[in-house]
Design a protein around this ligand. Structure first.
Ligand code: BG6
Ligand code: MG
Length: 234
């Protein structure tokens, strides 16, 4: 791995915690249309994947078959619930350490990109007041969803960099897989089993300056690194 020139971020679950809101919106939809209370365990399967793929995961689980048109209408309805739930989001909804990390990367003149599957990411960046940190936001509209690596590769190519000069941050298994398929250094954030990542931290403040410095200098390529508390979980 070379010295890092670009950091590519997922948004939901990495910089802001919208995980509960996304799943609450799905729960409202399934209760209303199918009288089903969603099993909370399904949440992790919808993480990182597109709106329509999330719906399909949930429908498959409950063996519900619908036309493409009906799926589209339900996905739109879920989005209306979701948008309502994030209406009040502001800087207070940034996850701990998010702004500090973006600030540090900016100071070190590292390019910052967003690789979120969410079509609501622009609105959120704005409400969280972090849009100014991003040099490039990948439009997820016509890109194959995670775990396909395309969204991360798109950011890499935009800057004309090598994969070995980029690092990715993800809270979802599908996202970590996408980063690894893109041949980048993957930092997993959160409590999920992200053991495919090169480094796992439970939250961004655990990425202390010492660890971050080594990663940015390209010294963390070989081997796997865990914070001591995450080590106990895997
Ligand atoms: C991801 C979330 O960031 O965005 C998923 O983790 C969500 O749960 C996906 O399905 C798409 O989001 P949106 O806002 O376009 O429905
Ligand atoms: Mg995420």
């Amino acid at each position: 791995m070379k010295r890092v020139a670009c950091a590519i971020f997922d948004l939901d679950g990495v910089l802001t915690s919208t995980t509960a809101e996304h799943f609450q919106a799905w729960s409202m939809l399934f209760l209303k249309h199918f009288g089903i209370e969603l099993d909370p365990k399904l949440e992790s399967l919808t993480r990182g994947v597109s709106r329509i793929s999330s719906l399909e995961v949930l429908l498959n689980h409950y063996q519900i078959e619908l036309s493409e048109d009906k799926k589209r209408r339900l996905a739109n309805e879920k989005n209306r619930y979701y948008k309502h739930l994030i209406e009040t989001f502001d800087e207070g909804n940034l996850l701990p350490g998010a702004r500090e990390l973006l600030e540090t990367l900016k100071e070190r003149e590292i390019k910052i990109a967003l690789a979120s599957a969410s079509k609501n990411s622009g609105v959120l960046l704005n409400r969280l007041k972090i849009d100014g940190y991003f040099d490039y936001v990948v439009n997820p509209s016509r890109i194959k969803g995670k775990p396909n690596p395309d969204i991360f590769v798109k950011a890499q190519k935009y800057f004309g960099l090598k994969a070995s000069e980029c690092i990715g941050f993800e809270d979802a298994l599908a996202g970590v897989e996408a980063i690894k398929k893109a041949r980048m250094f993957a930092i997993g954030v959160g409590f999920e089993d992200l053991s495919k990542a090169d480094l796992v931290v439970e939250s961004l403040p655990q990425l202390t300056n010492g660890i971050l410095d080594r990663i940015l200098e390209g010294k963390q390529v070989h081997g796997r690194h865990r914070t001591s508390s995450s080590k106990n979980r895997t």
